[in-house]
Structure formats: C-alpha cells, structure tokens
Write a new protein. Structure first.
Length: 303
C-alpha cells in the first residue's frame, strides 16, 4: 500500500469514530452459563450451652383429693415382707405418689420397715437381717424426710444382729425404737435393744435378753405401758418363752412369760374402747394364739 492509500484508510477510520454516536445500539446478548457450586466449607465447632432460663410460674392448685368423713386416712409404705402405715392429719389432702428407691441389701434380707414421726419430722427405719457378705452383724438404717426436697435421706445407722423388726413408741415426751435381734451367726441367744431419742439421734437405752427375738410390740392397758417380745427358739429347741415387760421406775421390767414354740411375731389391738387387749403370738404360718389380760392363766383360744 502506498502513502496515499494509507492516508485515505486512516481518514475513513477517523470518520467512523467521529460518527460512533450515530450507530444503533446492538441487541442484548444471552445470559451466560451459571458458574459451578464451590466446595462445602468446614463444619464449625459446637457452641457452648446457653444460660439456664428463669423458673416458670407456679402451677394452679390441684383439685382436693377425697378422704373419709372421719379423717382417719393413713399413708402406706411397702417393704419386701410387709406394709407399714402412719397417720396423717385429718385436714391433709392425701395423694399416693412415688418417692424414691432405697438401697438396702438383697430382697430376702430386708425384713420390715417402720414409719414414725418425732417433733413433726418423718422417719423410716429399715431392719436388715443380713449384711452385704451374708453375715448377720450388719447395719439397719434410719432415713429422715427432707421437707424442702420431699425426699428421704439416710440419717443414722444402728448396729444390729439379724434384725427382724423395729417397733417405735413413745412414753410421755420420750421417744423409743426397739429392734428385735434374731441371730449372731452362731446362736439365737442374744440381746435385743431399746433405743431412746436424745434430740439428735437414737442411743442405747436398755438391752433385753431374747431367744431369737422376732418382734416387739408396745401397748397400753388402763394407763400402764407394756412391751412384749416374741421369741422364736431357745438353742436347738423351738420351745421357749415369749416375754411381756412392764414400764416402771423409768425402765422395762419383766412382767410375764408365755410359753411359745417358734413365735414369729406379736401384735396388740384394742377392742371396745380399751376394755379388752389381746396379745397375739404367731407360732407357725397356720396357728395363732390369742391371750387376753382379762383371762386367768391358761385360758387361751387357738385360731
């Protein structure tokens, strides 16, 4: 290309740029392809727990339960071999509900529980027959109700020997807990113990000689206080004597002996407004003997 031609080409190009505003706008192009998703990021660490929320509003008062007209309702607690009950105030609203489990030992080793109150506090006493290595020298436990939590907590342990049952009773303003000790791993001839509450715990008050003590029971006749113990066996013989003790001079003194064979328990109950008191000695699972203080010696009824 000569110089003239080159000059003409440049002139034409400049003319095009000068007239660029007169050109029509081109059509919009198609949307381009979407880009590919990127790789997932690393999972973040678990956040810390939030602060505990505020306590909710107290629920509405429940509907009152039903009680009998006399207000003589009672609460019941269950052990492996029996029931025990305690009175509640006639104005109380009573509902049975699960409270808690108690650690004792093997099922066959727990004999019976006793429930009682002292100065408004509720207690449970568990009589343990075996220890954790199948020895009869073990601890029986006393639990106390913690009112704020509504739970029973271990309060005191008592050293026992093959304990069968506890019997709680009170005389005037004194509180007592008698435990029937049954076996020492060698003999049934051993002391059972009456404990007294000293304001803080139970301490030994009086030891009573027993022959396989099965159960204590406390009762009152004409204002006089008595404590009976059922004795199971004497050495190799089932024939032994169960004993009734009478409260006098600040302790229990032997009042009467009753010949029994394999006595497993005793109880006392009132008939006709305390005019009759019967003492029941259980000799076998099939035979019971009733004794009445109104009968002369030898008068007894076999059921």
């Amino acid at each position: 290309m000569d110089t003239t031609d080159a000059t003409d080409a440049m002139g034409q190009l400049e003319q095009r740029f000068d007239n660029a505003d007169n050109f029509a706008r081109g059509e919009k192009g198609d949307i381009g392809m979407s880009g590919r998703d990127g790789n997932a990021g690393i999972k973040g660490e678990k956040g810390s727990a939030g602060e505990k929320g505020s306590q909710g509003k107290r629920g509405q008062k429940g509907t009152p339960g039903t009680c009998d007209a006399q207000g003589s309702s009672c609460c019941t607690a269950v052990s492996i071999l029996g029931f025990s009950s305690f009175n509640v105030d006639k104005d109380a609203q009573l509902v049975f509900t699960y409270l808690r489990k108690f650690k004792t030992y093997q099922p066959e080793e727990l004999k019976l529980l006793n429930i009682f109150t002292i100065d408004g506090s509720l207690f449970l006493a568990f009589a343990n027959y075996y220890g954790d290595i199948h020895k009869h020298k073990t601890s029986s436990m006393i639990y106390k109700m913690d009112e704020p939590s509504g739970k029973f907590n271990l309060y005191q342990t008592l050293q026992t020997r093959g304990a069968r049952r506890f019997e709680y009773f009170s005389i005037a303003d004194k509180h007592f807990l008698a435990v029937a000790n049954f076996w020492t791993d060698r003999t049934n001839q051993l002391d059972s113990v009456v404990y007294q509450w000293n304001g803080l715990k139970f301490i030994v008050f009086q030891k009573i000689s027993t022959n396989g003590g099965s159960q204590f029971t406390f009762f009152t006749i004409s204002g006089e206080k008595y404590l009976a113990v059922a004795n199971y066996r004497d050495g190799n013989s089932w024939s032994t004597k169960s004993v009734i003790y009478k409260w006098s001079s600040g302790k229990f003194n032997k009042f009467q002996e009753i010949a029994t064979e394999g006595a497993q328990g005793c109880t006392a109950f009132v008939i006709n407004n305390d005019t009759t008191m019967l003492l029941q000695i259980i000799t076998t699972p099939h035979i019971s003997i009733l004794f009445s203080p109104l009968c002369s010696s030898g008068q007894e009824a076999t059921l």
